[in-house]
Design a protein around this ligand. Structure first.
Ligand SMILES: Cc1cc2nc3c(=O)[nH]c(=O)nc-3n(C[C@H](O)[C@H](O)[C@H](O)COP(=O)(O)OP(=O)(O)OC[C@H]3O[C@@H](n4cnc5c(N)ncnc54)[C@H](O)[C@@H]3O)c2cc1C
Length: 441
């Protein structure tokens, strides 16, 4: 475990430092050259970006500035941009849904063409994508930034329209689900009963979110004075709680100390909303548990169009995720293809913080390849998550491919709950995220 480093920093002192804190989080990064006007590379290349989420928008902004004359096309049907790191705050009644929604059009840089459609087929041999609407769009360079897919149907009896009914919550996907989850949590706070918190096998976006929802529910019950009326079970699919070992150890002690029973190796396989029963496939066989409140986290995968394409990993090592080199983010078989964000098949990641670290690398490496150079930038696996333990406190988890902690703040023990990561999460990270979308950090 890390040594305690919690200093005597006051809130006022921290807010005085906050300009510096934002700079640490937002960092000017090693690729400042890309953001400087006057260094744009002349080219007539056709660049297609699939997805206008966190990664797609950040890439379009960077490449728009780095390249002079390129034809940049972004493909995505979604008109509403979602600040997904705010969804746990919506699901716990801290934020309103409107705080996480904005217009995609407001983020896309001028001079970029936006095709409001979805890619249905990738044809990397012909350097072409085909959209659901039947458009064939050819490219010289392709950036895949299409996020991931939440697979509700992988759980028998589960569908998205059940969220907000029968005690079912799910923070993933959109603000409507998050707000409906807050309604279910509020009812549980009044009535108590059995609460189940699931975590599926495989990679998911923001692996901290299922834990945050569990801990925030426990906090809200205490706050409402009904904690003694509730029985809480945390049910991960495997034998761990978090991939980073220090944080895993912290949680193994922290959850039981807050009265959670941990049911190891409990992947959720079926739900019966009418009976309010959930079934898990445990090493001892199927186990059915009754519940009054359940946070369902479905298994996730790359979007189907990627899974079905030649761009997915072929040797099974990362399922159907995009086959990129984990450091350069260049496709391992198609050198004119790069990937950023949740869609990539790398050992860790799937956070907006990873996108912030990846986008400058992929953009700079694409410029290298375009100029006939070897990709020169490397992504070290940086990922981060302010793991909210209760309203007002969190731990700031930051680590890399080696699962080594890489804390931004020397004055906070990364395994100790503190108000600073909470203030970052609640007040400051959205501004850093928006700067990332503009390609400025
Ligand atoms: C509940 C929750 C809490 C989170 N908390 C945090 C946090 O605290 N910190 C943090 O750093 N990260 C957090 N994240 C994770 C973070 O939001 C994601 O990792 C990030 O948004 C990934 O960006 P992306 O661009 O890869 O995917 P997205 O932002 O999801 O965008 C993908 C886009 O691709 C589009 N698309 C999909 N398929 C196609 C297709 N075939 N053709 C065209 N377009 C397509 C979609 O419409 C979408 O607009 C959280 C996520 C959730 C859900």
């Amino acid at each position: 475990m890390h040594k305690k480093r919690s200093g005597r920093l006051t809130r006022r002192g921290f807010l005085r430092l906050s300009g510096g804190a934002l700079a640490v989080l937002a960092g000017t990064g090693p690729f400042g050259l890309l953001s400087r006007p006057g260094y744009a590379q002349k080219t007539a290349a056709r660049i297609v970006i699939v997805g206008a989420g966190a990664a797609g928008i950040a890439l379009s902004a960077r490449l728009r500035r780095a390249l002079d004359g390129a034809r940049i096309t972004v493909i995505d049907r979604r008109e509403t941009h979602l600040y997904q790191p705010g969804l746990t705050l919506v699901a716990s009644g801290v934020w309103k849904p409107r705080q996480v929604e904005s217009r995609t059009a407001a983020h896309l840089p001028r001079g970029v063409e936006w095709v409001r459609d979805m890619v249905a087929e990738y044809d990397p041999e012909a350097n072409r994508v085909i959209t659901a609407g039947g458009q064939r769009i050819e490219y010289d360079f392709l950036l895949v930034a299409s996020g991931l897919q939440v697979n509700y149907s992988a759980i028998e009896g589960m569908s998205a329209d059940l969220i907000g009914r029968h005690g079912i919550a799910c923070v993933y996907d959109n603000p409507r689900h998050a707000a409906a989850s807050w309604q279910m949590m509020s009812r549980f706070m009044e009535q108590g009963g059995v609460g189940l918190f699931t975590r599926p096998p495989g990679a998911i976006k923001c692996a901290g979110a299922p834990l945050k929802v569990a801990m925030l529910t426990e906090y809200r019950l205490r706050e409402a004075g009904t904690r003694d009326r509730a029985e809480l079970h945390y049910l991960p699919a495997g034998a761990g709680l978090f991939s980073q070992p220090d944080i895993n150890q912290f949680l193994k002690e922290h959850l039981p100390a807050r009265g959670f029973t941990i049911g190891w190796n409990h992947p959720l396989v079926a739900i019966d909303p009418g009976k309010k029963e959930a079934t898990f496939r445990t090493p001892e066989g199927l186990r059915t548990m009754g519940y009054d409140f359940i946070h369902v986290v479905p298994p996730m995968s790359a979007p189907q169009a990627v899974v079905d394409s030649p761009l997915a990993w072929q040797d099974g090592s990362f399922g159907g995720w995009l086959e990129v080199d984990q450091h350069t983010l260049q496709h391992r078989r198609y050198p004119n293809v790069f990937g950023v964000g949740d869609v990539v098949g790398t050992p860790i990641g799937k956070t907006a913080a990873s996108v912030k670290a990846q986008a400058p690398v992929a953009a700079a490496n694409l410029v290298d390849v375009l100029a006939d150079r070897e990709p020169s930038r490397r992504y070290n696996g940086y990922t981060s998550c302010p793991l909210i333990t209760e309203v007002g406190r969190a731990i700031l988890v930051e680590f890399d491919y080696d699962l080594k902690m890489v804390p931004s703040f020397s004055f906070i023990d990364p395994t100790e709950q503190h108000w600073v990561p909470w203030v970052l999460k609640e007040r400051m990270l959205q501004a850093a995220y928006n700067a990332m979308l503009r390609g400025r950090v």
